[in-house]
Design a protein. Sequence first.
Length: 373
Amino acid sequence: MAIFRRDIEEKIRRLLFQGSMVVILGPRQSGKTTLSKKLIHDFGENGAFYDCQLEEVRRHFALGQPDLLLPLTAGKKVVVFDEAQTIQDIGSILKAYHDTYPEVQIIATGSSSFDLANKIVEPMTGRAIEFLLLPLSLNEIRSVQEVTKEDMYDFMQYGTYPAIVAAQTKELKEVAIKNIATNYLYKDVFMFEAIRNPKVFEDLTKLLAYQIGQMVSIAELASTLGVSRSVVQRYLRLLEQAYIIKIIHSFSSNPRTEIKKAFKVVFLDIGVRNVLAGGNEPLEKRKDKGGIWENFFISERLKIGALETFPPEILFWRTRTGMEIDVIEKNGDAITAYECKWKKEEISFKEFLKKYSDAQTFTVSPSDYYRMV
């Protein structure tokens, strides 16, 4: 299988042995294990890799007993604890170990945010630097292959998980993305949270898949599913913590004329979304191709932002009269507006620029985007 160059790799290397643990988070199958093994490769016998899902590894973790980890870490400079979110109280355990043995560089990976798994954000505050590893970006794919227009259509159809991009045939891609979407997608959520009705949770995810590119109403979702608004809100939060979706809020400086509380849902991998929405028609024949392109573009911007210490905020803009711009990137005082169009065309940003005259504006389509990044 091809080994892709991940853009965060060099940044992580620069921060090793600087007094902090390193935490690599992201969805299952996004490449965290491969990246962490690559990071310790150069250390030879001074590096160690442990899968926290194995019982022989898990028995070394206990709250308040950091010395239990010494058989795993003694004589090592760098130690990886893979799938660390599966260990109860992992944050408190790693904090105690780091405080006792700060000379050992700890790299922990997790396929869900650690607060979903163990409610442990607070214990690691000030001791860990977090990185987010999402499915491959176009830039990372280019590290091993040329990207053509046809490739872009494949990425929008099947997504960009490493196993999907590396697959040599459409049949293999279909099998791989279906496996990710059905066997891995909810694993952490169901493992760590008491979901009284898993079918409602899965049905919610499918409803969101049908609504890409559209504004989402919690009240409407709750009514359709026959559950309370609070249940929908909780499940949305869990879907974000498991790195399945990202909620995008509206951009507004004038609540009287611009919608402020509305939001959209973006799937962090469009291939997963397409499986959940059903159907396998070629993109050109799909009625939802415009929403697919918008979702794909936003996920690309999120991957680029994940490389920044202070990433730009991704939003959308819509007025109460129905004028809308798909993507607003707010980086401090700088504003960039993008309108996603399936076919290349020029649109007017006149109304938006009346309110935000210093903003940069672009129209983006699949046919030229693969050459832009």
